[in-house]
Design a protein around this ligand. Structure first.
Ligand code: MTE
Ligand code: MO
Length: 361
């Protein structure tokens, strides 16, 4: 921690790995126990790459907007995007596979993919331009059915990581082309010079190192909405060319800022955690130390912004022995965490209440 980031290290990730749990070659999981306050410092912001981070230079970089559903295809420079009307959001970003390891741990059935614990999610302050403004400049037509965002990480599957957005989500004023995280230019690992930020949708839609946008009158099917980022399993009907239900909006969750399993000393402990919902601000978080027989309200650490996660805290009288602590979030629209979620092969959107193992000694 605190050292100069390593540029172009063996794995091609520039970030200092100190504060993270390394999940696989290009997956750095945030340790929620290290997070103070509500904003995740950039040094602690999780990283999920499908290929090494490319080292791009803003001066040579361009964003192109094309396709049969734009009237005037465009090419924009970094400076041109910086001069568009600004929008700033406090917004969490979460991998669709966050908590995937819980399918095996809690349901005894392991899902494919990086075995994330609870830290494939972070909360940042983003600055950018509305994607809608750029699509309007390009003359998006009413025929548009798909908006495909393509990254410049050419070693990623399909020659650049890519994902399809619905025109409705693409035209929402809060869907950003972001150039700044926590008051500084995006770091290489988070998509410099420009990335998408799609509030509430699977993190994979927030394409980093964005280079190309293709708007089509046909509904597009690519790897990332047919086999990946699809809920595949007996409980999920298929959709279009997808092997299951396409993941778009994520789910309401909460997690404690403790290692799994946790070890604590006896006595009064101030515990914290984070809760987030794509649907509405968090209204309350409850906690239970008796397996859900009784619940108490945790304190929310501040006013709730629409897309931010909520920090919650509570005091717990820790007595020696083995314990299970459970938290349950509810949002302002009445959504709450279920006791059970059905299995899906790729392990997306796990959001059951978590029985967090805690040993006090
Ligand atoms: N170009 C590109 N964009 C990408 C990815 C990628 O591999 N390449 N990974 C996606 C995934 S799966 C997630 S969860 C988020 C993670 O964003 P972060 O690394 O800034 O936390 O970026 C998304 N954007
Ligand atoms: Mo992800």
């Amino acid at each position: 921690m605190g050292t100069e980031p390593e540029r172009g290290g063996a794995a091609g990730v520039f970030k200092d790995r100190g504060p993270f749990i390394e999940r696989d070659r290009d997956g750095l999981e945030s340790r929620l126990e290290l997070m103070e306050g509500v904003i995740t410092p950039t040094s602690h912001f999780f990283v999920r790459n499908n290929a090494p981070s490319p080292a791009l230079d803003a001066s040579g970089w361009r964003l192109t907007v094309e396709g049969d559903a734009v009237a005037s295809p465009l090419e924009l420079s970094y400076e041109q995007i910086r001069r568009l009307p600004q929008r700033t959001l406090v917004c969490y970003l979460e991998c669709a596979g966050n908590q995937r390891s819980m399918f095996e741990r809690l349901k005894g059935r392991s899902a494919n993919g990086t075995q994330w614990g609870t830290g494939a999610v972070s909360n940042g302050i983003w600055l950018g331009a509305s994607l809608a403004g750029v699509l309007e400049l390009a003359g998006i037509t009413p025929e548009a059915r798909s908006v495909l965002l393509i990254g410049l990480d050419r070693e990623a599957p399909e020659g650049g990581f890519r994902r399809v957005l619905s025109p409705e989500k693409a035209m929402h004023p809060d869907t950003l082309l972001a150039y700044s995280l926590n008051g500084e230019a995006l770091p290489p690992d988070h998509g410099y010079p420009l990335r998408a930020l799609v509030p509430g949708w699977a993190g994979a839609t927030s394409i980093k190192w964005l280079g190309r946008i293709v708007v089509t009158s046909e509904r597009l099917w690519t790897r990332n909405n047919t086999t990946s980022y699809v809920l595949i399993g007996d409980d999920y009907p298929t959709e279009g060319e997808a092997r299951g239900r396409v993941v778009t909006t994520q789910t309401i969750k909460s997690a404690l800022g403790l290692p799994w399993p946790a070890e604590l000393s006896p006595g009064r402990q101030l515990l914290h955690g984070f809760a987030h919902s794509p649907h509405a601000p968090i209204a309350r978080v409850e906690w239970s130390a008796d397996g859900g027989a009784s619940w108490q309200l945790a304190r929310l650490a501040g006013p709730q912004l629409q897309y931010s996660w909520a920090r919650f805290e509570f005091d717990w009288e820790a007595r020696p022995g083995e314990h299970t602590l459970t938290t349950r979030a509810t949002d302002g629209a009445g959504n709450t965490q279920p006791d059970e979620v059905p299995f899906n092969e790729e392990g997306y959107l796990f959001h059951q209440v978590l029985p967090h193992p805690v040993r006090v000694h």
